[in-house]
Structures are given as C-alpha cells and as structure tokens.
Design a protein around this ligand. Sequence first.
Ligand code: FNR
Length: 365
Amino acid sequence: MRTPNLLSPLTMRDLSARNRLWLPPMCMYCVPGDDGAVTDWHVVHYASRAVGGFGTLIVEATAVTPEGRLSPNDLGLWEESQVEGHHRIVDAVHAAGALAGIQLGHGGRKAGTPPMRPREKGARTSTIEGWELLAPSAVAYPEHAVPTELDETGIDHLVEAFTSAARRAVEAGYDIVELHGAHGYLIHEFLSPLSNFRTDSYGGSPQGRRRFLLRVVQAVRQAIGEEKVLDVRLSATDWADGGLTGQDTVELARQLAEAGVDILHVSTGGNVPAQVPAGPGFQLPFAAQVKEAVAGTRTQVVGVGLVETAAQAEQALVTGQADAVAVGRAALRDPYLPLRWAADLGVRSWQEAPWPIQYWRGTWH
Ligand code: FNR
C-alpha cells in the first residue's frame, strides 16, 4: 500500500518531521502567576500530542514582552528564567519523536484581556484596566482600550524583544520559531490597512505596512542561525472591505520566501469583527494561493482550519493545497488523533503509523 501523503516525512532545512500533521499553536491560558512560566500542564499537554503521533507541534502564542501577553495567564519568553520550563516541553516532545516549535507573539491592541473563565464563552472582549496597549496606531479594537501608537524607539524595542525571545527559544532547544503574524495581533496590525494608519515608513503603502514584519524576520533569522526553521503565521484575509486580501498575502508571501522564511502557516481573520464563512477546510484555498505564489522557492505551506477528517487532510496534500496540515480543536478533543487518522487512511502496520515504539505490542495489526 502507498504511504499516505499525510504520513510521509516533511523536510525543513536539515530537519525531518515524521509526518505532515501539525499541532497549531493554541493558548492554554493557564499560567497561574504573573511570570509567564511553563507549568506541568503545558509539559503534559504537549507531550500527549507528541505521543499521539503529531509530527510537528507548535507551542501556543508566547509573549516577547510582558505587556504583549494576550492575557495574564499566557506563556512568556521575555527573560532568561523562562527558558528552563520550555526546555522541559522540548525534551518531552523530542522524546516522543516529534519536532517542537514555538509561536512568538505580541498582542498589540488586543493584548491584556481578562483571564479565561471556564465555560464562559466570549469572555475575552475587553482590556484589563491599566494594561499597557501598544499598536501601530491609536485605534482601538471594538470594546477594547485605545492603544498607544508606537514611536520609532518603541518599534526598535519590539524588534529586539522578538529577537531576544527567538534566541531564548533556540536555547530551550526548539526546532522551529513561528512568528505570530495573524489574528489581529501586533504584526498583523502593522500589515493591515484596517489597523495601521501611520504616515511614516511603517505605514502608508503595502511595503510600509510590511516593514515591521520584514525587520523582525531578518533579525530573527540572524539570531536563530541557518539550521533552525523560521515560520510565519499569517491571516491571509481580513474578511472585510478595505482589509487585507489573498492577493496582498500572495505578494507578501513572495517577499517572505525571499527573506528566508521556511514555512508559511496560513490562517485568516481576527483583525476586525467580520462575517467569516467558516466551514470544512475553509482556509485551505488561501493556503493553496500562497503555495502557488512560492512555488519554485524552498518555502513550504501549512494549511489549517476545520480540517477534521483524515480524508480531508489527505486530499489537501494530494491536491497540492498545502505541504502539511494543522489540526487544532479536534486535537484538543483527541490527543491520539494522528494514530486514529493513520488507521482511517488504511495504514495497518505499526511501523508506518506514528505509534510510539513503546506501544508496539499493544497495536493490533
Ligand atoms: C487557538 N488558535 C491560536 N492561533 C494562534 O496563532 N495562536 C494561538 O495561541 C492560538 N490559540 C488558540 C487557542 C484555542 C483554544 C483555539 C481553539 C485556537 C487558533 C488555532 O491555532 C487554529 O488556527 C484554529 O483553531 C483553527 O484550526 P482548527 O481548530 O479548526 O483545526
């Protein structure tokens, strides 16, 4: 039997992931103190998904500065003392045979939302009083506080914060650094004409709006060296009139490929309230567009968004919409999803499925 594309290795620089299933970054919002430190929960949560067969895991949005946290309960990598906890996640993920990546981000005007309350949907729609909000322009996200417009010094400081956090990520042993350029957070706020109204060299034109991200990419690549994988997560469209479109993202994707970005992780939305036509695989056409744009370069594309069956994921790869597929919420419900999907795709030998070697006696084929 032909090995399904989903279970074939994914090569990135000198690294090889055992398959093409990614766990996308998903905030756990469970740091109990104010120190952004990794807890046992994080280690167990990520290790479980690695044992469950994912080839690559991206650890949740991790703040590059304290005020960049989306909530007080987020992880951080803004100081050295935080490295050790990430080491634990990386070691646990590696021990289970997967690659470990981390998403570095800054919440911009959507930072500083109140802690999550279990079972309370839609609780993250305001700003904690007194939280310092920084953004490209002093324009609030609806129902959030008005941010302070960053000046040049503030921008330089944040480029440095991303760079130092990336250096710490390498120290912790991560294989992949993903920059959070999606979902209406700081980098996306710079990119989009719906949140960037600057008249200096960081705004005004598509090139101006891209300048912050391109600076971060260049500085982070220098900091992490040539061996590590650099990944940028983008919202391909704002789903709103006057906002970013797939075509804008195609142009940006080409520039990022040229700048040495290895992976483009294609999501959508989040910068302004919008009607999103969410349905099975609804973001994959944007991934396909980006993949076409970077064809002939070594940049690869990860698709994501309501991919909830093995057949759907395999189809996305076979039809060339993406090089890998990320599965989020379904993997919160089932850490062993890759093992089940391997069986769904007809893989009957434990050597071919991503079973941990320790479990081989327990498999039934
Ligand atoms: C997310 N998502 C997300 N995205 C991101 O870029 N950084 C993050 O930290 C988070 N955090 C997060 C938390 C939780 C609880 C959920 C459910 C989602 C979005 C996520 O990575 C993914 O893009 C979406 O969930 C869509 O994929 P699925 O769930 O349809 O497979």
